[in-house]
Design a protein around this ligand. Structure first.
Ligand code: FE2
Length: 416
């Protein structure tokens, strides 16, 4: 045995591949992974076969509106559009501290449940850009324990007011990581197309990623996904582009969907579905049969396209529930997308880990020697059990250090 000791060793954890390994961590990095590491460590954690996984990636959330549900009023219709109206009232009295406090509280809730990488949209159609300023400050303040990406999101549309385009541009100059948009909410189809074209121009000019709220409506005539795919092909931006929601894709006729799939395969963009909120927001104008309001997750995945899952909202005007638990998101995806086969359930787990990392273009992600040590341990032995029981995340290791420990609940029987 050598004299060398490591900072931390996780003993006998089970990787998602089923292999049992020891994982050694030194400073910020993973330095060894082997069936058995003979070297000792200052801290050793026995895992006895518990699942060791890359951290969860929250690829789509709105931290600026999180934790405001009911303020100033509840969303009675439950629609996206009433949510936008309520947020328009709430954002009149945003302050830097208000946004930062809620955002950090939400990030802590997320990290405690194994999320270490987050992409947040921030509304940049309010004139002071207070929410954006707050989230840029938060990104800096939390960077030692969680990685935050900020999307400049013109919630009210780029062309609904003359100043909105300028605000979007200013947001990119201030340091947002990605350009957002909402073409289905622009006044006309033509404005929607123009907004997507403008987003590509801005992304290329300022060297930003793209993540567009796209076709988040049950209208089968909402067809901006094809515009985004064409933009990704023509610009060569491909995997730097993401289409979020695309719920109308669930309502397209199969002939059009078939043609669109071919285009999407060429474009190689990313997709983000948000099953928790879209199962509640969509279908509100249907009587019966009532649509599920989700994009074609299973079919996109079957074609080998990159799909990840987001929570989207936590206690805000669009969704009053949620705790930030990504296993709830995957669990809902299994149901709503009917992905109940074992490989399909495993795929839903990958959609909240590896696929999210691909969407966010994270370079330093994954359990491999030489990578930054970001990993989680779950109170489960497999991805299937993690989703089925929405298992407790027992340990969260961020940048080589133990960030959070949580004990699994214990049930005591008091009768034979
Ligand atoms: Fe969203």
């Amino acid at each position: 045995m050598s004299d060398k000791t490591y900072n931390l060793i996780l003993r006998q954890g089970q990787l998602v591949t089923g292999e049992r390994v020891d994982i050694a961590i030194e400073e910020e990095k993973i330095v060894a992974i082997a069936p058995e590491i003979s070297t000792s460590a200052a801290t050793e954690i026995p895992l006895n076969g518990k699942l060791v996984s890359s951290p969860f990636v929250e690829s789509h959330i709105h931290l600026d509106s999180a934790l405001t549900a009911g303020d100033p009023r509840w969303n009675q219709s439950g629609t996206l559009f009433e949510g936008i109206e309520i947020w328009r009232e709430r954002k009149l009295y945003l302050s830097l501290n208000d946004v930062k406090k809620r955002a950090i509280e939400t990030l802590k809730q997320q990290a405690a449940q194994g999320v270490l990488f987050v992409r947040t949209h921030v509304d940049v159609s309010e004139s002071t850009l207070t929410a954006l300023q707050a989230l840029l400050e938060v990104r800096e303040e939390v960077k030692n324990w969680i990685t935050l990406q900020v999307v400049a999101f013109p919630q009210d549309g780029i062309y609904s007011k003359p100043e909105n385009e300028k605000l979007l541009k200013k947001a990119l100059k201030m340091g947002a990581d990605a350009v957002g948009g909402i073409p289905h909410y622009e006044f006309t189809r033509e404005d929607g197309v123009r907004s997507v074209e403008r987003i590509f121009e801005l992304a290329e000019k300022y060297n930003k990623l793209i993540d567009i709220h796209c076709d988040e409506i049950d209208d089968e005539q909402s067809r901006f996904l094809e515009v985004i795919a064409a933009g990704a092909i023509r610009s060569g931006m491909g995997a730097r582009v993401t289409a979020s929601h695309t719920t109308a894709f669930g309502s397209y006729n199969n002939a059009y969907a078939y043609k669109l799939m071919g285009l999407l395969e060429r474009a190689q963009i990313n997709f983000i579905a948000n099953p928790l909120i879209n199962i509640t927001l969509q279908g509100r104008t249907d009587t019966y049969p009532k649509r599920r309001g989700i994009t074609r997750v299973k079919e996109l995945w079957q074609r080998g396209l990159n799909v990840s899952l987001g929570h989207d909202c936590i206690q805000d005007p669009w969704y009053s529930l949620g705790t930030g638990n990504m296993l709830d998101v995957a669990y809902m995806a299994v149901h709503v997308c009917q992905m109940t086969g074992m490989t399909e359930i495993n795929a839903c787990y990958d959609m909240i880990t590896d696929n999210g990392a691909r969407t966010l273009q994270l370079e330093n992600y994954g359990i491999e020697v030489g990578k930054q040590a970001n990993l989680i341990v779950l109170d489960a032995e497999s991805r299937y059990e993690a989703i089925r029981r929405r298992a407790t995340v027992l340990y969260v290791i961020s940048q080589g250090k133990l960030l959070v420990e949580t004990e699994a609940p214990v049930t005591k029987w008091n009768r034979e």
